[in-house]
Every structure is written in structure tokens, then in C-alpha cells.
Design a protein around this ligand. Structure first.
Ligand code: AMP
Ligand code: ZN
Length: 437
């Protein structure tokens, strides 16, 4: 395979040079952070009075962590490091875990962010000949405008279709010959179900690739989307606190996400002790933004769980790769004392051919016990009015899940296309248990 690079020098910079670059950028970020009310106070307590406190990359550990909670406390302007009238845009997190948090950009911040998104898109083999339909929410969420600008920077024809309305999405694809889309993995699965339902033939669309992100998904889900839609799916990771998309992305090797280390410093720490973990071990991803002036963000605890690959990538890029994010530290459910991540359920059911494209996890209290119900759609070849095969399938799913998660779930089968689809990030878990019970 021949790999293409948007910024070959930076993407293949030898590690010692890359790290020297990071050190310079980290010092700049610390200096900038000291201009914000939040970090001035926080750094003061940690004994950091100037960028000179950072003499090596290892000194990053002197910097205190920043949490989502801090961001909320600092709302609205506690993290702003430049005069208000130099800010040209704001974005907010979609509130995966509650109240949204706000990030500000100046003109240069936007242009740096755009170049990281363009680099990510280009790394998947796209170029100006592509027609790119951005099937994601526009607005405060960064995925819309972020990918939009990156796509234009690459020179693709960008269709700002936004999320939802599959009928209109198909029409746009057919009219303009869309070759690439960006969407959540759950929306891509929904698109595939709707294509079948509406009788849209695969030959009538020219789709080749998709960027899928904004929510966790398993390797089996990727494979399922690729096989059903006959496209290549690339994992896209980002978060509003680090600008949005373009933080880490898969290259054409499709084997882990390169984190753009000239824009972000990544650490993996033990979520309990906050000590760094050896490469290869799974822990909480902590990110430092090196490419934004207006809102410095250092050692931000993402709550996302990942690990570093230890071996280099076939593409020749020197920027390290992250394993796909399996979930968040705050995702974990405790069911009758057993820890369970929703991704464990997804891994099991999405590998089963008879299971359809959507599922929902419901947790309830039954007396003193927790009750786990997994609702799945059935595949297209299964008829809902034929009880015997349905019972057999239900039992098969239950047994396979039990063997894997050690919890005996109730399994409910639903007709293809009948479970709710979210326009933004999928809401896979309904925890109906009373709080503080
Ligand atoms: P937001 O700030 O609203 O853009 O949400 C960012 C969060 O979405 C991240 O912290 C992750 O929890 C999640 N996320 C984004 N991209 C991915 C991905 N490719 N895989 C798993 N989770 C993702
Ligand atoms: Zn690579």
C-alpha cells in the first residue's frame, strides 16, 4: 500500500525531534495557561509560576490534572487566556456526562484545528476528488463544523447534510455521487437498515469510505458496517476539550488511531492512583492541548479508556497509536456487584450474524436485585411471527452473553428498525434504578 501524508515532515518526524517540538509547545502552553484565572490559581498552588518550571517532557507530571468538574467551575470565562474580543468562535461538549462545557477559539486556533482534521482525513486516502457528506450534527457540537472545515481544507466537495433524515441523505448521495461520509457508527448502522427498508440499491450510490466516531464501538461493529455497506470505516476520535475531531485518527493501515503528537500530549494513567501506566496497559487517557491559545487545557482527564500500541505503524508515521476507546471510566455499570462496561455487551452481540443493527441495555431494580435486560433488533432474515427460531435465538444470545459477562441477562428481540435511534451520540444504556438506593 502507498500511504499519503498531508504534512509528511511533521507526520514522520523522528521521535527525538517530535519530543523536542512537544517540549517547546508545552512550555508555551504553560505560559499561556498562566494568563487564565483558573490555571493562575491552580499553578500557584502547585508552585508553577512560569514556563521555566518545565525543563523536560517528564516535568509534565508537575502540572496538576484538569477535570470536567474544573471546567464547569470555571464557566464561562475562567479558562479564557486572551481578550474576549479576540475570540471568534465557541463550541461546547455534547454533554456526554451532564452539563456542557465551553471552549473558545481565536482565528489561529481554528486554522490549526482545521489542519489536524485535514491531516486526519487525508491519512485515510481521501483527496480533492472526493465528495464528502457530513452526516453529523452541526451546531455547538464540534463534529459538524470541525469535519466541514477539514474536508474543505483537503479540497473535497463538502455536503453539510447534518444528521438524521435518511431518505434525504440517500437522495444527496445519489444526486452528488457521495464517496465519503462522516457519522456516528450507530447512525451508519441505521443508514444500512433504512437502505434495505427503502429499497435503495447499493449500485445507486458511490460510497467508499466512512469516518465513524463520537461514541465507542467495537471492532465487530466496524466489520459489520464495512461488510454491509461495502465500505472502509476509519475510527475518528476527538473531544471538544481538545478542539473536537482530529485528535486521533486511523490511517489506511486501520490498526489503531494515530494521536497527532505535535498537537496533543497523551498520557495513559491509572484512573485510581493517577500514576502513569506502562505502554500497552489500559487506563484513562489524559490529554494536553498544544495547539490552542484561547483556551489552554493541560492534563485534561478525558475519562476515556485506551492504551498505547507498542510497535510502530506500517504507514511510517512516528506519532503513537491508541487502541480504540472501549468506554469511559464513568460508563461502568455495577450489576449485583459485577462490573460491566456496555462495550462488553456490544462485542458479543455485534459478532452474531442473526442480530440486527441496533440494541439497548436496560437496568432495573427488581426487589433488592438488579435486573439486566438486553434488547436487540433481529437480523433481516428472521420473521417475528415464527416463535420457534425466535426462542432459539433469544436463548443463544442469552447464553453467549452470560458466558462472556457472567451476568444472566433477560433478552428481548425486536423487529429490525424498531429500537430508538439517536441523532447524536447513541444512548445505549437506560439505567432505571433509583439513585442512591
Ligand atoms: P464531545 O466533547 O461532545 O465531542 O464528546 C467527546 C467524547 O466522545 C469523548 O471523550 C469520548 O468519550 C467520545 N468519543 C469520541 N470519539 C470516539 C471514538 N472514536 N470512540 C469512542 N468514543 C469516542
Ligand atoms: Zn499508520
Amino acid at each position: 500500500m502507498t500511504y499519503q501524508y498531508w504534512n509528511q515532515k511533521m507526520e514522520t518526524l523522528p521521535r527525538p525531534e517530535l519530543e523536542a517540538y512537544q517540549l517547546g509547545a508545552l512550555k508555551t502552553a504553560v505560559g499561556q495557561a498562566l494568563r487564565t484565572p483558573f490555571y493562575k490559581e491552580r499553578f500557584g498552588k502547585a508552585g508553577i509560576s512560569s514556563a521555566d518550571a518545565i525543563k523536560s517532557l517528564a516535568d509534565i507530571r508537575k502540572i496538576p490534572f484538569t477535570t470536567k468538574h474544573d471546567l464547569r467551575d470555571g464557566f464561562p470565562y475562567g479558562f479564557l487566556s486572551i481578550p474576549r474580543d479576540e475570540v471568534v468562535r465557541l463550541h461546547a461538549s455534547s454533554g456526554t456526562t451532564g452539563t456542557p462545557t465551553t471552549i473558545y477559539f481565536n482565528r489561529e486556533d481554528l486554522s490549526r484545528w482545521t489542519s489536524f482534521v485535514a491531516r486526519s482525513i487525508y491519512a485515510t486516502g481521501c483527496n480533492k476528488a472526493d465528495v464528502f457528506q457530513n452526516m453529523i450534527t452541526y451546531g455547538l457540537f464540534t463534529g459538524g463544523l470541525g469535519f466541514h472545515a477539514g474536508g474543505e481544507e483537503v479540497g473535497m466537495l463538502v455536503i453539510p447534510s447534518g444528521s438524521g433524515n435518511t431518505t434525504r441523505q440517500f437522495k444527496l448521495m445519489q444526486d452528488f455521487g457521495t464517496t465519503v461520509v462522516h457519522a456516528t457508527p450507530s447512525f451508519l448502522l441505521h443508514v444500512e437498515s433504512k437502505m434495505r427498508e427503502e429499497g435503495v440499491s447499493r449500485d445507486s450510490i458511490k460510497l467508499r469510505k466512512a469516518f465513524a466516531g463520537a461514541e465507542p464501538y467495537s471492532e465487530d461493529t466496524r466489520r459489520r458496517i464495512e461488510e454491509l455497506l461495502k465500505i472502509d470505516v476509519y475510527n475518528s476520535y476527538g473531544l471538544s476539550e481538545m478542539n473536537g475531531p482530529g485528535v486521533a485518527f486511523e490511517c489506511q493501515a486501520k490498526n489503531g488511531l494515530h494521536i497527532w503528537e505535535d498537537g496533543y500530549i497523551a498520557e495513559i494513567v491509572d484512573p485510581d492512583t493517577l500514576e502513569p501506566l506502562p505502554d500497552g496497559e489500559t487506563g484513562e487517557l489524559v490529554l494536553t492541548c498544544l495547539c490552542r491559545e484561547a483556551t489552554p487545557m493541560l492534563r485534561y482527564r478525558t475519562r476515556d479508556l485506551s492504551s498505547f500500541y507498542t510497535e510502530p505503524c506500517a504507514c511510517g508515521r512516528t506519532h503513537r497509536r491508541l487502541h480504540r476507546i472501549t468506554g469511559r471510566t464513568d460508563d461502568m455499570l455495577i450489576i449485583n456487584g459485577v462490573n460491566l462496561f456496555p462495550s462488553q455487551i456490544e462485542e458479543v452481540i455485534m459478532s452474531m450474524k442473526e442480530v440486527g443493527n441496533n440494541y439497548l441495555i436496560v437496568v432495573e431494580k427488581e426487589g433488592v436485585l438488579d435486573r439486566l435486560t438486553v434488547k436487540t433488533e433481529v437480523g433481516q432474515d428472521i420473521f417475528m411471527d415464527d416463535a420457534r427460531p425466535l426462542n432459539a435465538l433469544r436463548e443463544k444470545i442469552r447464553k453467549t452473553l452470560q458466558a462472556s459477562i457472567t451476568i444472566n441477562p433477560r433478552v428481548e428481540l425486536h423487529e429490525s428498525g424498531s429500537l430508538p435511534v439517536s441523532e447524536g451520540k447513541a444512548k445505549r444504556v437506560q439505567d432505571m434504578r433509583p439513585k442512591n438506593a
